[in-house]
Design a protein around this ligand. Structure first.
Ligand SMILES: Cc1cc2nc3c(=O)[nH]c(=O)nc-3n(C[C@H](O)[C@H](O)[C@H](O)COP(=O)(O)O)c2cc1C
Length: 443
């Protein structure tokens, strides 16, 4: 398996975020090469690369670019730097360590698609990263890379703006992101029409994740076929896997897109803390269905993970050892989705706090027979019933945790206690009674 690294080689190098350092390491050669190519030839290279979106859905990047209507102008590029899916922490490092790689990718993507304005939508909490981007963009204007003449050569104007969000998970969903960018409340839009046809300010808009775009300079430099060869099947390249939880060496790992999950955990991350057993792994951010410890000997390629009933999502690998209470873990995840539901769709607005409350009740030994079925039923009534995929994101963990660890859920009910012991966050009596009491009254 190839050890080629695309995104991380310059991480940790002193001053890697500066234009001088990027140029020293060959930066902007790809843009120079791109500007000598026909725009359609660049799109063809990206299509040939089998680059799939790194933001969650794994959609083919080059194909998405071809959805732009031929005759409508202006068009926009929006880079999704919201990075809010729990367990995912890679885009922030691309921005911190190599902002010019992202900006070069933006410039190439804009030239290839005849786009003259790009926005980077970055989550509000990433103040430091937003400032790094602002400085990097200013450097590029000063150097004449951005502005009226792209790379100081071509009569092609390009402006790049950073827009900070206000800390809402929903604004990572592409159409909510567009609403937010337009200055409105981040409510997802009904699709179709898709943003490539009617997007920002009603104009055709490409939305891509930070990591997706950061791969574009390498693809132009080395060719789409070389990128495709690093992966397998319909998925090319390497990707950044963010590993958190009970491992000895958590962190961001750049590996071929089809790297083995077990190998990542047991070899690269040094195995489980204290030599314990892997009980469960969420392979693609907290919304991805959970795998049991004996299901992890699997390729992390998009279609391979789909085939085993989960998803590669945003590359957030969350490892849980055998000391983990699955009810408690799910309860924490469900709390997140209940907090972050935007409230537009009834099943998600009403269902997510119900699931959260029911889980609290089960976790604290107050569950009653039938609660576990009720929980699964609630999730089934949310999944697929909402405008955006936040409903699915909230439902899938519940469905998979209950399916794979049902006995543990039932045990909480029959023993009227958590077999792993009660937990500090449940000891806030006021909150606990408000949540549990509310659900007990309703269910
Ligand atoms: C609730 C929700 C939150 C999302 N959050 C993010 C995010 O933080 N970053 C991201 O890149 N994509 C996020 N996505 C996926 C985007 O909607 C979109 O698919 C992605 O930005 C497209 O880029 P890509 O094709 O390069 O992956 C989210 C989707 C949903 C449903």
């Amino acid at each position: 398996m190839s050890e080629t690294l695309i995104l991380t080689p310059r991480w940790g190098t002193k001053d890697s975020h500066t234009l001088a350092s990027y140029r020293r390491d060959g930066g902007y050669a790809a843009l120079a090469k791109a500007l000598a190519m026909a725009p359609s030839a660049i799109v063809d290279e990206v299509k040939a690369s089998n680059l799939r979106g790194r933001g969650g859905a794994g959609f083919a990047c080059g194909l998405k670019w071809t959805f732009l209507p031929k005759d409508v102008r202006p068009r926009y590029l929006t880079v999704n730097a919201d990075e809010s899916e729990p367990g995912t922490f890679k885009d922030r490092y691309i921005i911190e360590y190599d902002p010019h790689m992202l900006l070069e990718g933006i410039a190439i993507a804009c030239y290839a698609n005849d786009i003259h304005t790009a926005y980077i939508y970055i989550r509000g909490e990433f103040k430091r990263q937003a400032e790094i981007l602002e400085v990097a963009i200013a450097e590029e204007y000063q150097a004449g890379i951005l502005g009226p003449r792209l790379l100081g050569k071509l009569d092609f104007a390009l402006d790049v703006h950073v827009h900070r969000g206000a800390g809402a998970y929903i604004c990572g969903e592409e159409s909510a992101l567009l609403e937010s960018l337009e200055g409105k409340k981040g409510y997802p839009r009904l699709k179709p029409p898709f943003p490539a046809v009617i997007g920002l300010y009603g104009k055709p808009t490409i939305i891509n994740n930070v990591e997706t775009i950061a791969n574009v300079p390498w693809i132009v430099q080395h060719g789409g076929a070389a990128f495709a060869a690093l992966g397998v099947g319909k998925s090319g390249g390497t990707r950044l896997f963010c590993v958190s939880g009970h491992v000895n060496r958590p962190g961001v790992y750049e590996k071929p897109v089809h790297y083995n999950l077990k190998r990542l955990i047991m070899e690269d991350c040094g195995g489980v803390l204290g030599g314990r057993q892997v009980k469960a792994v969420i392979p693609g951010g907290s919304s991805a269905p959970v795998l049991t410890g004996d299901e992890i000997d699997v390729s992390m390629e998009f279609d391979a993970l789909k085939a085993v009933g989960t998803m590669a999502g945003s590359g957030g690998v969350i490892v849980m050892d055998d000391s983990t209470c699955m009810v408690r873990a799910l309860s924490r995840i469900s709390k997140f989705y209940a907090d972050e539901s935007c409230g537009q769709c009834t099943p998600c607005r009403e269902g997510t706090p119900w699931m959260e409350g029911l889980l609290e009740r089960i976790e604290h030994g107050l569950g009653v027979p039938g609660d576990v079925d009720k929980l699964a039923q609630m999730a089934n009534n949310i999944g697929g019933q909402t405008i955006c995929a936040l409903g699915d994101a909230a439902a899938m963990p519940v469905q998979s945790f209950v399916k794979k660890f049902r006995a543990e859920f039932e045990r909480h009910v029959t023993e009227r206690r958590c077999p792993f012991g009660d937990h500090a966050w449940g000891k806030n009596q006021e909150t606990r009674e408000a949540v549990i009491g509310g659900v007990t009254a309703q269910v």
